[in-house]
Design a protein around this ligand. Structure first.
Ligand SMILES: [Zn+2]
Length: 239
C-alpha cells in the first residue's frame, strides 16, 4: 500500500468519524425537544387553573357583595316603614338622612356588583375558550411527540449504519496506522488527518513544516504528526 493510499483510507475513516459525530449530536438534540414537547398543553392547563382560581375568588366576592346589598335593602325597607310612622320632624329628618345614606351605599354596591359580573363574564368566556382548545392542543402535542420519536428512530438507524461502515473501514486500515489515528483522535479532535499544502504547510493549522519532514511526508514512508497541532500529515493526491 502506498502512503497515498494509506492516507486516503484514513481520510475516509475521518469522514465517517465526522459523520458519526454529527449523527450523535443530532440524536442528542432530540432529548430537550422531547422533554419540552408537552409544554404548550401544560401552559394552557396552567392558565385554565389560574382562571378557575380567579373565578372562585370573584364569585366569593360577588356573594359577599350580594349579602351586603341585601342587608342594606332590608334596612331601607325598614326606614321607609318608619318614615310612615314618625311622630315629629326631627324623627323624620333622622330617618330620611339614614335612608339617603343607605341608598347611596346600595348604589355603590350595585355598581360594584355590575363590574364584578362583567369581570366574571370575561373570565368565564376566556375559560371556556381555553377548555375548548385544550383537547386539540393535546392532540397537537401527541402528533409532535410521534413525529419526534419517528425522527429519532431514523437518526438512530442512521447512526447504526454509520457505525457499521466505520467498523468496516477500520478493518481496511493497517493496524499501526489505525493505532496512530486513534491516538491522535483520542485528544478529542475531529480532524485527525490533514494534507500537506503545496508550499509545505500543515493543511489544518497552516504552520510551515520543516523541509526535511516535508520530504519524508512526500516520499510517503511514514505518517508524521504536525509539530504545531498534532494532526497526521498526508501527501497531497498526485504529488
Ligand atoms: Zn498543524
Amino acid at each position: 500500500m502506498t502512503a497515498e493510499e494509506r492516507a486516503e483510507k484514513l481520510r475516509d475513516l475521518q469522514a465517517l468519524d465526522q459523520q458519526l459525530q454529527a449523527a450523535e449530536a443530532r440524536l442528542r438534540g432530540f432529548e430537550p425537544a422531547l422533554a419540552e414537547v408537552e409544554e404548550p398543553a401544560r401552559s394552557v392547563e396552567r392558565e385554565i387553573q389560574t382562571l378557575r382560581d380567579r373565578l372562585k375568588d370573584l364569585k366569593v366576592e360577588e356573594r359577599r357583595l350580594e349579602r351586603s346589598a341585601d342587608e342594606k335593602r332590608a334596612r331601607a325597607r325598614l326606614l321607609q316603614e318608619r318614615l310612615k310612622t314618625v311622630r315629629n320632624l326631627r324623627e323624620e329628618a333622622a330617618a330620611q338622612a339614614e335612608l339617603d345614606l343607605v341608598r347611596k351605599a346600595l348604589d355603590g354596591y350595585e355598581q360594584e356588583a355590575l363590574m364584578l359580573l362583567e369581570q366574571i363574564r370575561k373570565v368565564e368566556e376566556r375559560l371556556s375558550e381555553l377548555e375548548g382548545a385544550l383537547e386539540s392542543v393535546w392532540k397537537e402535542v401527541e402528533a409532535n411527540r410521534a413525529r419526534l420519536l419517528d425522527e429519532r428512530r431514523a437518526a438512530e438507524e442512521e447512526l447504526a449504519v454509520l457505525a457499521s461502515k466505520r467498523e468496516n473501514q477500520a478493518l481496511r486500515i493497517a493496524p499501526q496506522d489505525l493505532k496512530l489515528y486513534e491516538r491522535v483522535r483520542a485528544g478529542g479532535r475531529s480532524v485527525v488527518v490533514a494534507t500537506l499544502t503545496p508550499d509545505g504547510a500543515c493543511g489544518q493549522c497552516y504552520n510551515m513544516v520543516p523541509l526535511q519532514i516535508q520530504n519524508e511526508i512526500r516520499a510517503g514512508k511514514v505518517l508524521i504528526s504536525c509539530e504545531a497541532c498534532g494532526v497526521l500529515l498526508a501527501p497531497a493526491k498526485g504529488v
